[in-house]
Design a protein around this ligand. Sequence first.
Ligand code: GRG
Length: 313
Amino acid sequence: MREELMGSDFQSWVTAQQARCEDVLHELLPRAEVSPQRLHEAMRYAVLQGGKRVRPLLVFAAGELTGADAARLNIAAAAVELIHAYSLVHDDMPCMDNDVLRRGKPTCHVQYDEATALLVGDSLQTLAFQLLANHRLNDDPQHQLDMIKLLALASGSRGMAGGQAIDLASVGKSLSLPELEFMHIHKTGALIRAAVLLGAHCGSIFPAKPDFAEKPESATQRDKLDRFGKLIGLAFQVVDDVLDCEADTATLGKTAGKDANNGKPTYVTLLGLSAARNMAEQLHHEALELLVEFGQSAQRLRELADFIILRKF
Ligand code: GRG
């Protein structure tokens, strides 16, 4: 399947939600004129006018599933995107991936300087949690607290940052498939999973459970959505590995072929291109199965799962 096979209705929805996300972030980020100007300008540089906004789109789509309030979803979407943007800024720094291109423009430390980039990441991360604490996201305050814990867990050493630590330690090493999967479920998958759950939790049907530990399959809707987020998060990374190998730098807006060149194990280096593509398809299929019982209310989530698999950038 090719990207152009996606319906125009979905494409219009994506364009509208991306614009909505941009507006919300524009409003919520500190103004560049406010002191310290250089830091605030750099925060806006790192976040605005860039990226596919996949995680906010997942927040919005999962919120549709539970009838969540739009203003609450805006805050949850912004918080998740701020965490994502912080991770990209830090990931690009010389002490990590040392990259010069992100979202088609110079990386934050190249455009500004390393110390500023470090502070940009720190400030974006704390702003995300400030937003979740300042705005009402659920009628039940305990439930809202659990949502904040959920994002903290997904972002920290038992989530994204932990996955990044494993990634950095794995350079030049060969990982087994379960080890690679463990790394990516944390580094990339945890935040995508959290985006789905936070969107849904802005509505009213699920009890929040900040527990990211493995647990047996359960038939509840909350667990199905949780598993959907986990599968689609992993699929996102498998596709990312395929694109890193297949696509060019101009299309990606970031340096292509970087992972293989840096001696990082990827699904492509471990399985080969064709098997990596098949794995993404299999994860996609399993993820869609989990949405069957949600019917039409999960249509945007289904389309986003398709987009994550079919994307070319
Ligand atoms: C520094 C704590 C810390 C974590 C960094 C997510 C991450 C961990 C690093 C990013 C490096 C990377 C390229 C990972 C592969 C998957 C990924 C997250 C790609 C970038 O996400 P997209 O494609 O980016 O959603 P846009 O720019 O569209 O938002």
